[in-house]
Design a protein around this ligand. Structure first.
Ligand code: CTP
Length: 404
């Protein structure tokens, strides 16, 4: 849905330029193509070779080529871009664009650019407070430029105050959301489960698993970015929800997750069960801490209710239910059996045989299959991108694109 975006990153001369290296990586990881325009001052902080290696493209700067060639290149770059992100944006570049000055590669490109512009300012707090800078910021804001930050905090000049560049993750997600948000799912409700469940043994111990919740949180955010109102039922995790359209319901055990899902499912159009629910739970929970008196300890366990199968059984015709299958052998056959037995519409297969896939990884490789016999084999991707692929698949499966 949002691969192949063309992003130009403009880098100006501030110490925060080193953080732009992470910004390039974040865009690349998300599948965008990145080209960098750096001012000569920026190249005092970061080298062209580093920028070129990370972006996998030639770096544009005044230091290369003749003046005329530079001019032509920077105008074609403005056309190539889907968006331009200037990070860090110094008082100087802000002042230049506000006043129509084009005296170097970056300012020329910015003036020629009609695409969305994002600025992440970074400067000394007194510079930021200066009426000239404030007026320039207002001017650019009125012309539709999006400012990301700055933050307050420790500044490179040794003082503390406002003027610190926002962290690359926040710059990236602001830009990415702005460029990839759609309203395809507006008016739809979605239910997502995420994370592990913890099944208590006694007041201090539990049976759990290594699920981080990353996949489910990425799915909830992606659905929300496409306009859905999302209920995210999550087991214990340190992750935070990053979208106002996601309502989080925290649970601990499989039984609590079932209850929360049964409450939300009837009004949900899309249900995605990515939680790693415990299959077994202790038959009884010891009221006091179990002492280590015996050489052996046997814990009788009973099966938990299969949430996906329960929801699948109650599913109505207009609902789309998506399950996950974690397999280590006969992957596709086992996943298809789960799809059928649990009455899901779509099954997302994770194979633990694949390197880079699994519980704690930020990446995943999945195969998506549906009850009509269709199959899409994915590649190793960031979990946010995998979430995008899964949501795109669901949208296509439900034919929502044309019906809205
Ligand atoms: N699931 C569920 N409730 C459970 C167990 C699993 O909703 N009590 C869901 C998971 O969220 C996932 C799907 O069922 O969407 C498949 O989970 P998985 O662990 O791969 O399969 P199981 O059904 O537990 O079977 P097995 O462990 O035997 O492979």
């Amino acid at each position: 849905m949002c691969n192949n975006l063309h992003i130009v990153i403009g880098i100006t001369g501030g110490i925060a330029a080193y953080k732009s290296l992470s910004l390039i990586r974040l865009f690349k990881k998300a599948g965008a193509e990145v080209k960098v325009v750096a001012t000569p001052h920026a190249l005092e902080f970061v080298t062209p070779l580093t920028l070129q290696t990370l972006s996998q493209n030639t770096v544009y700067s005044d230091m290369f080529g003749t003046a005329e060639k530079v001019d032509v290149e920077h105008i074609s770059l403005a056309e190539w871009a889907d968006a331009v992100v200037v990070a860090p944006a110094t008082a100087n570049i802000i002042g230049k664009l506000a006043n129509g000055i084009a005296d170097d590669a970056l300012s020329t490109m910015l003036l020629a650019c009609t695409k969305p512009l994002f600025f992440a300012p970074a400067m000394n707090k007194n510079m930021l407070a200066h009426p000239a800078v404030q007026e320039n910021l207002r001017t650019l804001q009125q012309r539709g430029i999006t400012f990301i930050g700055p933050d307050a905090g420790f500044l490179a000049c040794g003082t503390t105050g406002e003027g610190r560049m926002k962290e690359p993750e926040e710059i990236f997600s602001t830009v990415w959301d702005a460029l990839t948000t759609t309203q395809v799912l507006k008016g739809r409700r979605a239910l997502v489960t995420a994370g592990p469940t913890y099944e208590p043994i006694d007041p201090v111990r539990f049976i759990g698993n290594h699920s981080s919740g990353l996949m489910g949180f990425a799915l909830a955010r992606t659905l929300a970015r496409h306009g859905a109102q999302v209920t995210l039922v999550t087991g214990p995790t340190h992750l935070e929800v990053q979208h106002p359209m996601v309502e989080r319901v925290d649970v601990t055990t499989a039984a609590q997750m079932l209850e929360a899902c049964e409450a939300a499912a009837p009004t949900s159009d899309i249900i995605i069960m990515s939680a790693a629910v415990a299959d077994y739970t202790p038959e009884t929970v010891a009221p006091e801490k179990i002492k280590k008196n015996d050489d052996k300890l046997v814990l009788p366990l009973k099966k938990t209710t299969d949430i996906l199968a329960t929801i699948g059984k109650q599913k109505t015709e207009n609902q789309c239910v998506v399950g996950f299958a974690l397999e280590t052998e006969h992957e596709e056959a086992n996943a298809l059996t789960k799809l059928k037995n649990k009455n899901a519409d779509i099954i997302v297969l994770n194979s633990l045989r694949n390197e880079g896939a699994g519980f704690k990884c930020p990446t995943n490789i999945v195969t998506i299959m549906d009850r009509n016999g269709n199959k899409v084999q994915g590649e190793l991707k960031d979990k946010a991108q995998v979430a995008e692929d899964i949501v795109t698949y669901v949208i296509d499966y439900m034919n929502l694109k044309n019906s809205l």
